[in-house]
Design a binder for this molecule. Structure first.
Ligand SMILES: O=CC(=O)O
Length: 332
């Protein structure tokens, strides 16, 4: 057997030295393809045979399309590891990977601070209703005519966290500096040490009691549209919704309606169902804070993510296994 190959899908932007150092252990290759059909052909032609592991970025979906069943079936037989450079790995059909004996890793913890920081920004911005005036100011209209309604303070408000993983727990610690009370719902209750004393409540109670509801859960077939019309009906009138997870955990059309009806007072969104498209009802609403998926958009965090992911590629080359696998494959 020759030297193994590592397939780079996307670009290394920061961790160039660590990436380059992998060439002592393997041949580093990139696809010729720039669209999915070409990539599938390249896989079928045998040009990528010998690739053991791939480092893929979120944006490489533009080259390959989703890592769905069709694509996974066509990957070279030698490919046994997918290292995804991101925390959310909903672009990859993990079940299909498991069936084909492919192990998948992501970059948890590396993203926690930056995403939770963006989350705090959106909570404050949405509660205070800053967006309208930020726009008015640039149009020479000071706070706007008429000025926006008075905002709300975070102090004393209840923040409901749906999905108390690394980002949710990091967020909990940060919002306590703003005297918010944190409740959370997870499929399983956390130990007191992990939850940091946040109150564990049922899903319905989370909807009913939150002044601000923050979505920090992964997107998968169980969580798609977990917040939709029925769930909005259970919430307090005037609730604020914040999402830095994945757009499709909320039914965007139902959110736009809930904003129009006043059920939802405001929202702060970093992610959207069909990026880069955004529901017209959200774009048209000046009261909502919108960011174009910038939760991890910092030099430090992007560097940490790449280093983590390269660490996984290196672990495969040196030891034949990943440092971490996605939860669906843990313990197997
Ligand atoms: O969206 C960012 C990530 O999943 O890391």
């Amino acid at each position: 057997m020759g030297r193994p190959k590592v397939l780079l899908l996307g670009e290394i932007e920061h961790a160039h030295a660590s990436w380059g150092a992998l060439s002592e252990l393997a041949d580093l290759v990139q696809p010729e393809a720039s669209i999915r059909e070409e990539f599938l052909d390249e896989c079928r032609s045998g040009k990528l045979d010998g690739v053991l592991v791939t480092f893929r970025t979120f944006n490489s979906v533009d080259i390959t399309g989703l890592f769905d069943e069709e694509l996974i079936k066509n990957l070279p037989a030698s490919l046994k590891f997918i290292c995804h450079n991101g925390a959310g790995y909903d672009q990859i059909d993990v079940h299909a990977c498991t069936e084909r004996g492919i192990r998948v890793s992501n970059t948890p913890t590396a993203v926690d601070d930056a995403t939770a920081d963006a989350n705090v920004f959106l909570i404050l911005g949405a509660l205070r209703g800053f967006n309208t005036s930020m726009f008015a100011l640039r149009e020479g209209k000071w706070r706007g005519h008429p000025p926006p309604p008075l905002g709300h303070d975070p102090q004393g408000k209840t923040l409901g966290i749906l999905g108390m993983g690394g980002i949710g727990r990091n967020l909990k610690r940060k919002v306590e500096a703003f005297d918010m009370k944190v409740i959370y719902y997870n499929r399983t209750k956390l130990s007191d040490e992990l939850s940091g004393g946040a109150e564990y409540v049922s899903f319905d109670e989370l909807l009913e009691r939150s002044d601000v509801l923050s979505l920090n859960l992964p997107l998968n077939k169980h969580t798609r549209h977990i917040i939709s019309k029925k769930e909005f009906e259970k919430m307090k009138r005037g609730v604020v919704i914040v999402n830095t997870a994945r757009g499709a955990v909320i039914d965007e059309a139902a959110l736009a309606k809930a904003l129009d009806s006043g059920k939802v007072w405001s929202c702060g969104l970093d992610v959207f169902e069909d990026e880069p498209k955004i529901h017209p009802g959200l774009v048209a609403n000046p009261h909502v804070m919108l960011l174009p998926h910038m939760g991890t958009w910092t030099v430090e965090t992007q560097t940490k993510m790449e280093e983590w992911n390269i660490g996984n590629v290196r672990a495969v080359l040196e030891r034949g296994e990943l440092n971490n696998v996605v939860p669906e494959q843990a313990g197997s």
